[in-house]
Design a protein. Structure first.
Lengths: 314, 259
């Protein structure tokens, strides 16, 4: 990849108790992209973010951000990195606007009230700017965390489970925020449990499990490679065998010939098209099916399959 | 983490300012209570009991205990403020921001320890003002007194910072100030001259470091004390350097800071 904004090579982390949280992670992030890191609990997502953001000391490998070695130039590099951690953690007794100013200052930026106002307004926090943080609702508190991370205008932003425990409306709102950041040219790496989120937002998706990256690709490519359409044609009168005219398609019979199952396609619409063709053919041949059901496998199915069979990815 | 030359001035100032503001948010607890405590000590020991005490060198007891009381407050407040200051973000998880920010050991120390030391200086001024209202006392070497107070405030704020990093619960946060500093201060000649102690207690007292602190400050106030000033000054400075070295090691290894 030419000029990646973040280049992680062979990153390892073994905790004191001997737990290997990261086993040689290689990952390169493109400038301006939204990258979703998917993985079950304990897969190493937060450790990976921690290694880049300074909470975790890697035991091996290297991290380069903006082309500079993080181990050497961490102070220069960190100015342009923002982090929204999973947990709500701040001085609960402080006022919203003061906490955001504090974050901006800590990252070495000169005071800029106009920018602070802009950030607070974009997160609908402006009206609450003088409220004590502890008095805010959970969703508002999470917005404060994001405002703090955006206060120093990072080029590279980490969102660790940004929408965990957030209601649907706020989640949609969050997605709009992320879109707005993309417009500004911010590179975003987010971890999530919600596959829907990755499907909706991400340009590329990486799957991590047991401290190893199993798969990294364009979201659309993953869908194309692993996406499937499944269609069930039900028959009242059982079929003896798959009609010859349909044998060109990936179909087979189930339930003693009462069910004709199609499984194929590639996530780009080919599956749906083939199902339509099948239906037309059957009508033409007088094969009267009495029921039709189709479903698309989502990123979630792909994800679950991937975790079940690590050899698929290897 | 390798030492990095790019000093983040704004970052250090932001932490410093935030810490001071946090302390002033609890202004009644943090400023009023030491003032009241000091006033009580002065009234009880200085005005009531003090008139019946006789000190070596014929020093007035009131002027004798002012530096002692000042030291008592300086030690406990510097330690507890600085330890609380760094322990709270650890407790709430807000330390993530400090770790992810471009701030190193120098910025963190200036921010946290600087703010705690400044607060101690403010307290010292208030206590000296309060004391002046209750009894007459003099400061023989005002500049040296200020310098010595500054040195002690900085040193024990550093100690507090270490305690705050070390503590993994509120109990541990209290142990050192309550179980070590407090007894050492009371036994360190706050209210009496160690000349007044019989042997062997007099010799035992000599291993108590607070004795040298109290006597150092007393020298700057009265122009005389149980020990030469260079000994007190040197011991305090030595302790400061030990604290700085420990904190440097903590940041280098990430002990209790980074996983």
């Amino acid at each position: 990849m030419p000029d990646p904004i973040l280049d992680i090579r062979g990153l390892e982390k073994t905790y004191k108790g001997g737990v290997k949280a990261l086993r040689g992670v290689d990952l390169a992030i493109k400038r301006g992209e939204i990258f979703a890191l998917l993985g079950p609990n304990g897969a190493g997502k937060t450790t990976l973010i921690g290694a880049v953001c300074g909470m975790v000391r890697p035991t091996g490998g290297s991290i380069h951000a903006f082309g500079q070695d993080l181990a050497k130039y961490w102070k220069q590099v960190r100015r342009d990195i923002g982090l929204v951690p999973q947990e709500l953690s701040f001085d609960m007794f402080d006022k919203v606007i003061r906490q955001v100013r504090y974050s901006r200052g800590m990252f070495g930026c000169p005071p800029d009230e106009a920018r602070i106002e802009e950030v607070l307004r974009s997160l609908s926090l402006w009206d609450k700017r003088d409220a004590q943080i502890r008095a805010l609702s959970g969703g508002m508190k999470r917005r404060v965390m994001i405002a703090k991370a955006l206060a120093h205008d990072p080029q590279l932003l980490f969102l660790d489970e940004p929408t965990a425990g957030v209601d649907v409306e706020l989640r949609r709102d969050m997605w709009r925020q992320i879109d707005a950041l993309r417009e500004r040219g911010t590179t975003i790496i987010l971890t999530t449990h919600y596959i829907e989120e990755a499907e909706e937002m991400a340009d590329r998706v990486g799957v991590i499990n047991r401290g190893q990256i199993l798969l990294v690709d364009e979201k659309d490519a993953i869908m194309a490679k692993l996406g499937r359409t499944e269609a069930h044609f039900t028959f009242d009168a059982p079929l003896a065998e798959v009609p010859a005219s349909l044998s060109a398609y990936p179909v087979h019979l189930e339930q003693d010939g009462r069910l004709l199952v199609y499984r194929g396609g590639d996530g780009t619409g080919k599956g749906k098209r083939e199902v339509a063709e099948l239906a037309k053919l059957m009508t033409r041949e007088g094969l009267a099916y009495t029921g039709l059901e189709t479903c698309e496998s989502t990123l979630e199915d792909i994800f679950v399959d991937l975790l079940k069979e690590p050899e698929v990815a290897a | 983490m390798i030492f990095n030359a790019a000093f983040n001035v704004r970052g250090a100032f932001a932490i410093f300012k935030n810490e001071l503001m946090r302390m002033f948010r609890t202004i009644f607890g943090s400023i009023l209570s030491p003032v009241i405590t000091t006033s009580l000590y002065l009234v009880v020991f200085g005005a009531a009991i003090g008139s019946r005490m006789e000190l070596p060198g014929g020093v007035d007891y009131g002027s004798f205990i002012v530096p002692g009381l000042l030291m008592l407050t300086l030690l406990s407040e510097s330690t507890s403020n600085a330890s609380f200051g760094i322990y709270m973000p650890k407790f709430t998880g807000a330390i993530y921001e400090l770790l992810s920010a471009p701030v190193g050991v120098a910025e963190t120390l200036i921010g946290f320890v600087g703010a705690a030391a400044v607060k101690s200086l403010i307290l010292a001024a208030i206590i000296m003002g309060t004391a002046a209202l209750i009894i007459d006392y003099q400061v023989v070497h005002p500049f040296l007194a200020f310098g010595y107070i500054l040195l002690v405030a900085a040193t024990f704020s550093l100690l507090g910072f270490i305690i705050g990093l070390w503590a993994d619960g509120f109990e541990k946060l209290q142990i050192v100030p309550l179980l070590i500093l407090m007894p050492l201060t009371f036994l360190g000649g706050t209210f009496y001259s160690i000349e007044m102690l019989p042997e062997p207690w007099r010799s035992v007292t000599l291993v108590n470091p607070v004795v040298y602190l109290v006597n150092g400050l007393r020298w700057t106030f009265l122009g005389q004390s149980d020990f030469p000033i260079w000994l007190s000054f040197g011991a305090t400075l030595g302790f400061l350097l030990v604290c700085v070295a420990i904190i440097g090691w903590i940041f280098k290894t990430g002990w209790r800071l980074r996983e």
